[in-house]
Design a protein around this ligand. Structure first.
Ligand code: SF4
Ligand code: SF4
Length: 352
């Protein structure tokens, strides 16, 4: 049994500055959730009754959750205007208001960031994001906060009874950090299965599910495998698409990794495992698996998989940019390319 706390942890927001970038709108390429109990929910329905769709689930913890509809061919929320501003700004969902901050309700409440956003930067003297986090928690409708805390508490209370080898999130985090610190970060991590998974993501028939990336000059790029050709597609504000390059997929071979790149990747893995959301992902994998793999083995497999996926994405970006080696800068770009999914992956606990 581990203790459930009412603590709110802001540590992952410390030392971060943030300013939303004009003309970006990239966060609107991910399906945004909205809950019936949010103050703006009815106002959104009044604007467009078909603007949201209910999340189909039998899980009582996730009922009353909707997602904003997406333009399949535009790869973004239907309320996003051509100037990349929100068309329903005053009533947009809570999730849209708080981005790039995410709130995870599990054993406790923890705030963390989605590293896909280019609007924040590390600055040890800044407490901008911490203050924003505290303001968000103060303004969160009391009923919603209570409901989510209660549901999360029930979930985490029941966990030791469901998993025979259950360890608390803090112990899981310590063991994960130990693994990250002693990992040999090299191309050897990437297995054929990682390559097959990446190929399958790049081959998705749903345009909206293809890997997307935000360049430093705010272009939205989508990557798609078409036969043996890997296409780089630019998504225009109007929704038109233009292929801006392609490479033979067989050229996506792994480039040498510099020592700085390995360090940058290790630092990123440290951030991931410090998120309570990470522990929630592992618990969910443990609950859903059929083979009864021990929890700690799931942890190491999952962390190695993240490293492998990031290296594959780094190599994809390097292939298009003509880099012969993977350095720390390419890893930083690969994090922007990867983290949108990782920060919100289904997890045992509630995410806002
Ligand atoms: S991704 Fe970040 S910078 Fe871009 S619009 Fe969203 S919050 Fe602003
Ligand atoms: S509601 Fe507005 S802010 Fe939210 S995803 Fe849609 S366009 Fe973006």
């Amino acid at each position: 049994m581990f203790s459930i706390t009412t603590e709110i942890d802001y540590a992952l927001l410390e030392g971060m500055d943030f300013k939303c970038l004009e003309g970006c709108g990239f966060c609107c390429t991910f399906p945004a959730e909205v809950r019936e109990c949010e103050p703006g929910f009815n106002a959104i329905l009044k604007i467009d009754r078909n603007g949201v769709k209910k999340w189909v689930t039998t899980d009582p913890y996730f009922c009353n959750v909707y997602t904003m509809r997406q333009h399949q061919e535009r790869g973004a929320c239907i309320f996003l205007r051509e100037d990349r501003r929100c068309g329903i700004y005053p009533v947009r969902s809570l999730l849209c208001r708080i981005f790039p901050i995410k709130i995870f309700f599990g054993q406790r409440i923890q705030l963390y960031t989605s590293q896909v956003c280019r609007g924040f930067s590390q600055d040890s003297n800044s407490n901008v994001l911490c203050l924003k986090g505290k303001e968000i928690m103060e303004q969160l409708p009391a009923q919603m906060k209570e409901e989510m805390t209660l549901k999360a508490r029930e979930m985490y209370d029941s966990l030791p009874g469901k998993l025979s080898d259950c360890i608390s999130p803090s112990v899981l985090q310590t063991r994960s950090l130990e693994h990250v610190n002693c990992m040999d970060i090299s191309n050897e991590i990437v297995t054929q299965r990682d390559k097959d998974d990446f190929t399958s993501q790049l081959s998705s028939e749903e345009f909206i599910n293809l890997p997307t990336y935000l360049t430093a000059d705010m272009q939205w790029l989508v990557f798609r495998l078409n036969g043996r050709l890997l296409e780089r597609i630019k998504l225009e504000r109007t929704g038109e698409i233009e292929t801006t390059g392609n490479i033979d997929y067989s050229f996506l071979s792994l480039r040498p990794l510099s020592a700085d790149a390995a360090n940058a990747l290790r630092k990123y893995l440290e951030i991931i495992v410090k998120r309570d959301h990470f522990a929630g992902v592992i618990y969910l994998h443990a609950l859903e698996q059929e083979r009864n793999v021990p929890l700690i083995d799931l942890v190491t497999t999952y962390i190695d998989g993240i490293a492998a996926s990031l290296l594959l994405r780094a190599n994809l970006l390097a292939a298009f940019e003509g880099h012969d080696i993977i350095d720390a800068d390419v890893i930083k770009e690969a994090i922007i390319f990867s983290d949108g999914y990782l920060a919100t992956e289904p997890s045992y606990g509630l995410i806002l």
